[in-house]
Write a protein that binds this ligand. Structure first.
Ligand code: SAM
Length: 321
């Protein structure tokens, strides 16, 4: 197995409070425990020997960590890294987009779960208009594509699917619908009846626009991407619950405190920080070989179980979604 893709969380702090992501009583990792940018770059460099080309920066909310552009520069200076992207709630993006672009950031994924300002506030405790401003500024700066991720929760925002498609056209962004996952244990209050299988959303969209046309998109990862007839825009569906995609998955996550998380379905993690901080390059090399073996075993275990279990107790904001 090669590592194709690494998600790097730079902080477990966030300036929003989405109910399915960050419970009220969440605690933060102490500053000293958080990986420094140089330490992240050191790991990424060694991982390129094992195929790594794409890095996504995430959090918590990555834009709350100061001088994020310094990390972008470090990653972009590694010759094998061809794609550096950022997942953000975009609340403060209009302030940061330009310096990040100058530092070499290639792409943006922006989370918006509702296009209704009131519901957006109810879900996140933030202001939709700040996010929309961030998108407008980023479009002008030439970020392409910009993807908008919407977690669809049954009975909450599923009725906005067609609005999201129109929004994609209006703002020139690719919209991706995501099924809500059971991440964070009891604290998050997930239940199966909150999951809207996205095949229903897809049919609703097809009723209005005609049959969706399979398409590809840069960095589409787990998403099944389609072109919307008549509009010409792209949309995607990420279906971890109704149609999982573990076979061949080589996606890894690095948490802010330096743990490699193998999969969102389990709490299996390996401590990378100790090796990065105190080990030699050879130790780091050995560690990554071990990660690859463990990742393969983890995929197989999940597939063999028929995707029956999902017991990730760590909350999403401390993982790096
Ligand atoms: N703060 C950034 C943001 O809002 O995009 C990055 C981190 S956030 C944890 C990354 C993504 O994870 C968001 O799109 C969020 O909606 C998604 N997410 C969080 N909890 C989730 C869950 N239980 N199921 C599916 N997606 C989830």
């Amino acid at each position: 197995m090669e590592i194709s893709y690494l998600r790097v969380s730079v902080t477990d702090k966030c300036n929003l409070k989405c109910f399915y992501c960050r419970p009220d009583n969440s605690e933060f990792v102490p500053h000293d425990e958080i990986l420094r940018y140089e330490e992240i770059a050191k790991l990424v460099k060694v991982m390129t020997k094992y195929g790594l080309k794409k890095v996504r920066i995430t959090g918590g909310e990555p834009l709350v960590r100061p001088q994020l552009e310094e990390l972008v520069k470090m990653l972009k200076s590694i010759p094998q890294i061809t794609d550096v992207s950022l997942t953000t709630n975009a609340v403060t993006l209009s302030k940061h987009a330009e310096k990040l672009r100058k530092a070499g950031l290639d792409r943006l994924n922006i989370s918006i779960d509702s296009l209704k300002p009131d519901l957006f506030f109810q879900i996140t405790k933030g202001r939709l208009e700040d996010v929309l401003e961030g998108i407008k500024v980023s479009k002008k700066l030439g970020y392409d594509p910009i993807k908008v991720n919407a977690v669809i929760v049954k009975g909450l925002n599923e009725d906005e699917a067609l609005d999201f498609v129109e929004f994609g056209k209006e703002y020139g962004v690719e919209v991706r619908f995501i099924e809500m996952m059971p991440i964070g244990g009891e604290q998050i209050n997930w239940s199966e009846d909150k999951v809207q299988p996205l095949v229903r959303i897809k049919s609703r969209i097809e009723e209005k626009y005609g049959k969706l046309i399979p398409a590809i998109s840069i960095g589409s990862g787990a998403a099944r991407v389609y072109k919307v007839p008549k509009l010409g825009t792209k949309i995607g569906f990420i279906t971890p619950i109704s149609n999982p995609f573990c076979d061949g998955c080589s996606k890894l996550r690095l948490t802010a405190e330096g743990h490699i998380k193998l999969c969102l379905r389990t709490d299996e993690e390996l401590d990378a920080k100790t090796v990065i901080r105190y080990g030699t390059e050879k130790d780091l090399d050995r560690f990554i070989k071990k990660v690859l073996i463990e990742k393969e075993l983890s995929n197989q275990k999940i597939i063999r179980s028929g995707y029956a279990f999902s017991d990730c107790r760590r909350i999403m904001t401390s993982i790096g979604g």
